[in-house]
Design a protein around this ligand. Sequence first.
Ligand code: NDP
Length: 383
Amino acid sequence: MTRSISILGATGSVGTSTLDLIRRAPDDWRIVALTANCNVAELAALAKEFRAEIAVVADESCLDDLRAALDGSGIEAAGGKRALCEAAARPVDITVAAIVGCAGLGPVMAAIEQGGTIALANKEALVSAGEVMTAAVAKHGATLLPVDSEHNAIFQCLEGGRIEDVRWITLTASGGPLRAVEDLSAVTPEQAVAHPNWDMGAKISVDSATMFNKGLELIEAHHLFPVGLDKIRIVVHPQSVIHSMVEYRDGSTLAQLGPSDMRVPIASCLAWPQRMDTPCEPLDLPTIGELSFFQPDEQRFPATRLAREAAEAGGAAPAVLNAANEVAVAAFLDRKIPFSRIPLLVERVLSEGNLPDAPRSLDEVLMVDDASRKRATEMLELA
Ligand code: NDP
């Protein structure tokens, strides 16, 4: 049976991994919308290859180029934030939400309002919108499937028991490329994005290096799996073989293992509640040899502490943390600030003491996001 799908952020790491799976069984899928920010050449090539109904660039200044690239193909071209949300609202069986950053929030909410199934990679959207997003999911009868490998692992482990019986959820963290690097102030963007286990986009790679990725994932897990924040802990596991674990009250711990290949959790979402073939390397445990585990070092990598504090504070705090982190990561990638300033900037923005009220709607979340970006940018310029 053919299923319809839209991929938001089709040109990125998660987007292209999703399309790689679809490419292996093209007759099973009808592609509705593919979107990008401004990567016209790749978006147009993908839209033509997969015969998408519509291709959208979020950056409206790229629309003329997209139109030219799609001329004669019969594929609709659109541009701008509103067009992105309209494309995301086209009814489909499954939407893969793989835009990076809070920029993906509007389109994700538009997809949720259609009541369909959303495979969510875009963790910043859930971190920022929190209760606003989970309430919309409940209101519109949508289904949220986690693509993030850790949350996908937990989702799978929770099929083995009842959520009321969970004692602990353990998020595993690789520790990133800088776990053993002494002088964090001298780290370059090239070093920070060179993840030892995963091949990902630049922003999440830097987040992995600072451990903000795990902090965002803690907040993400808090919204996806309502067991209470105090029951979600983080363990550093450098091999990234165990993607996360759930311990039940009888002492049984269920873990999900797999290769460090995002096509595994993406496939789990695409086929859910069934399974599908993937081309991923099978797990070869004798070759891996040993699995190791450590407590996170929050002195050197304070991001998980900051995220936990923001999650405990609730309200607008996670959106403020996320926005400040996005500004700090972009500034680091632009070589405007040293790596070690990323958590300092986030902490300063969070600790100003005049946090906005808890957002109650998408517009209010976007206002908090915008104001926090402006504040973080001002602070960057002050120093
Ligand atoms: P990439 O940077 O590789 O891709 C991002 C995608 O979003 C691209 O299609 C990009 O378009 C588009 N995009 C960027 N900015 C905007 C914008 N302002 N408006 C609309 N679209 C935009 O990111 P990843 O694939 O690595 O990550 C995507 C999301 O998935 C992130 O939230 C990340 O945390 C999460 N995730 C990623 C994993 C991974 O392995 N990569 C693993 C788990 C979660 P363009 O090409 O034009 O710039």
